[in-house]
Design a protein around this ligand. Structure first.
Ligand SMILES: [Zn+2]
Length: 170
């Protein structure tokens, strides 16, 4: 870990607020009952708080997180999970309903300033090449502002991807 990394870890330890795309969410879920929309939102929040933004395909856990009994969960599951994709035993929520922070371009002057640091904020590598990393990833609601940007070597940036720092340095 590079010298600035401890500070960065502290800054990213708390999750950013979950952005909900309310227009799409309301329009897509008109056929959900109040219980189903409640379960859906609880699971979205649970995924948001989980590594890689996904939940294991285990009905007992999913029912618990959705605050439903086992039978109510089995009845509600097809509706509640209709906006999720199952892959490798994990459910990932559709990004159309949350975390939809528009990807704005980083101003060239800011990009130049970040890259001029000349060392990876995470491993300390000074050889480069370097990329601009979002400390709190855009996909996790991180803002496109200078205080959320760090100079990172290509290897660290590729390996960190959409992880929060606390998940990645574990
Ligand atoms: Zn690095």
């Amino acid at each position: 870990m590079g010298e600035g990394a401890d500070l960065l870890v502290d800054r990213a330890r708390e999750l950013p607020p979950l952005h909900l795309a309310t227009d799409a969410l309301i329009a897509d879920t008109t056929h959900f009952s109040a219980r189903e929309i409640g379960a859906y939102l609880l699971l979205l929040i649970e995924a948001w708080r989980s590594p890689n933004c996904r939940l294991p395909d285990e009905d007992a856990k999913l029912a618990d997180w959705a605050r439903l009994g086992p039978r109510a969960w089995i009845t509600a599951k097809p509706t509640v999970m209709s906006f999720w994709a199952l892959s490798d035993g994990f459910w990932s929520p559709s990004r159309q309903h949350f975390g939809a922070v528009p990807r704005a371009a980083i101003a060239p002057s800011i990009r130049a300033r970040i890259l001029a640091v000349g060392a990876c904020a995470y491993c300390g590598d000074a050889a480069g090449p370097f990329e601009v990393d979002h400390v709190v990833p855009l996909a996790r609601g991180g803002p496109n502002i200078e205080s959320n940007l760090a100079c990172a070597c290509v290897a660290c940036n590729r390996s960190k991807r959409d992880h929060m720092l606390a998940e990645w340095v574990r």
